[in-house]
Design a protein around this ligand. Structure first.
Ligand code: ADP
Length: 400
């Protein structure tokens, strides 16, 4: 179990001339967790988030970072804000400089980095969010999604341990929202603790490690999403709706269908439930193969050649770098979100798939396919692109 990075001990807060916004809250967040604060408008989510980097100080109780009480003097807050990055809901309020470069460089310059390190940090952060080449662009000319990425790059440039996002997908279209959630996943996979606020249940249900349901400045319930959202009473009390997969699972159970104990988080989980019901439906289908291409390392020329020999294959790209690489190589993508599960679903239908991804996420493909194999008994072969065709890596997609 990872160590605790943030903790609240019975905190309360009342805005000057306002009502009590946080009414006695305690919780802890572990390193590398993906946490979603979920609740209706006015529940206190934003107020709570702003306490994580000391923007608001509780009237009573205590906030701790890395097991130490947060100190509110200027020097301590400066250090805290290097380690806990905050991305505001509205990027227009966060972006202040006339060019993308200057904006992203603002944090590192403020922290006193030498010029060379500032440049490196900005280049790395922009690359991370898929905005290479945007350095000289004026932020006000960018799309909503691009502005959001600039704001995220500004925070990433300080290389924080924790990233806090107030309503990260607000104002974005569905595909922009998926891109941002995917980026958050990627950052989490690289070791960052991610905390978001939202009222979008469908968005966080498959994403979060833990959901904290809030209402009226209090925590109603906190648990893994299938439990936190699994009680229709607390979901209704929090003015939220049941995730559609949980609702479907409940309706099937009510009708006496015997489903596996684990509640479905994804469409793939749901398919597993249904296939357990109709045991024979897939017994005649040979599983397809999932091939993984690491866009950071695998030979891109070989990829083009390979694709010309595998026309009609389903292709998914995970993460910003992989999507950019696909765009540059004019590769048509069938999946850009929830890629591993979608490829497993295809493989279950006997179709072969290719996943383009960056080095940091390759392992994740193997882990997810393996976990699915353990759970369902259906082992889908996974190859690395450079492997000999027909020879899977490891046991059945064993982690390389
Ligand atoms: P959420 O993020 O869940 O929508 P907020 O944290 O923004 O909720 O708000 C919690 C409560 O605090 C609400 O009742 C809201 O009206 C109040 N509030 C938020 N900001 C201020 C403020 N600057 N001054 C006074 N009251 C505020």
């Amino acid at each position: 179990m990872s160590s605790i990075i943030l903790e609240a001990r019975d905190i309360r807060y009342r805005y000057p001339r306002g009502m009590e916004a946080i009414c006695g809250i305690s919780f802890h967040i572990r390193r590398k967790e993906k946490i979603a604060l979920v609740g209706p408008n006015g529940a206190g989510k934003s107020t709570l988030l702003t306490m994580f980097n000391g923007m608001i100080r509780p009237d009573s109780g205590m906030m701790l970072f890395d097991n130490l009480p947060i100190q509110y003097d200027t020097a301590s807050l400066r250090m805290l804000r290097k380690r806990v990055g905050f991305v505001l809901q509205n990027p227009d309020r966060q972006i202040i400089a006339p060019t993308v470069y200057q904006d992203v460089a603002f944090g590192p310059i403020n922290l006193g980095y030498p010029e060379k390190e500032v440049k490196e940090a900005v280049t790395k952060a922009l690359r991370h969010v898929g905005l290479d080449g945007f350095e000289r662009r004026p932020p006000h000319q960018l799309s909503g999604g691009e502005k959001k990425r600039v704001a995220i790059a500004g925070v990433l440039a300080m290389d924080p341990d924790v990233l806090v996002f107030d309503e990260p997908t607000s104002g974005l279209d569905p595909s922009g929202s998926e891109d941002i959630m995917e980026l958050l996943d990627e950052l989490n996979h690289e070791g960052k603790t991610i905390i978001i606020s939202t009222h979008d249940v469908e968005l966080v249900y498959p994403w979060a490690d833990r959901a904290i349901l809030m209402l009226g400045g209090k925590i109603l319930h906190e648990d893994i999403p299938e439990v936190a959202f699994g009680n229709p009473e607390s979901v209704r009390t929090a003015h939220l709706s049941l995730p559609i997969l949980l609702e479907l699972h409940r309706e099937l159970q009510k009708r006496g269908f015997l489903l596996p104990g684990k509640k479905p988080r994804t469409v793939l989980d749901m398919m597993h439930c249904l296939e357990t019901l109709f045991e024979n439906s897939r017994s005649h289908t040979r599983q397809g193969i999932i091939t993984v291409c690491n866009v950071d390392m695998d030979n891109q020329e070989y990829l083009s050649e390979w694709l010309s020999m595998h026309t009609g294959i389903c292709i998914g790209a995970m993460g910003t770098r992989a999507k950019l690489s696909a765009e540059n190589s004019r590769i048509h993508l069938d999946f850009t979100y929830g890629v591993i599960d979608k490829c497993i679903l295809k493989a279950l239908l006997g179709e072969n798939c290719l996943i383009l991804t960056a080095e940091s996420m390759v392992k994740r493909v193997y882990q997810r396919v393996d976990a699915y194999g353990e759970e369902s008994g259906v082992h889908i072969p996974v190859h690395r692109l450079e492997s000999e065709p027909g020879v899977p890596d490891g046991k059945n997609g064993g982690v390389p």
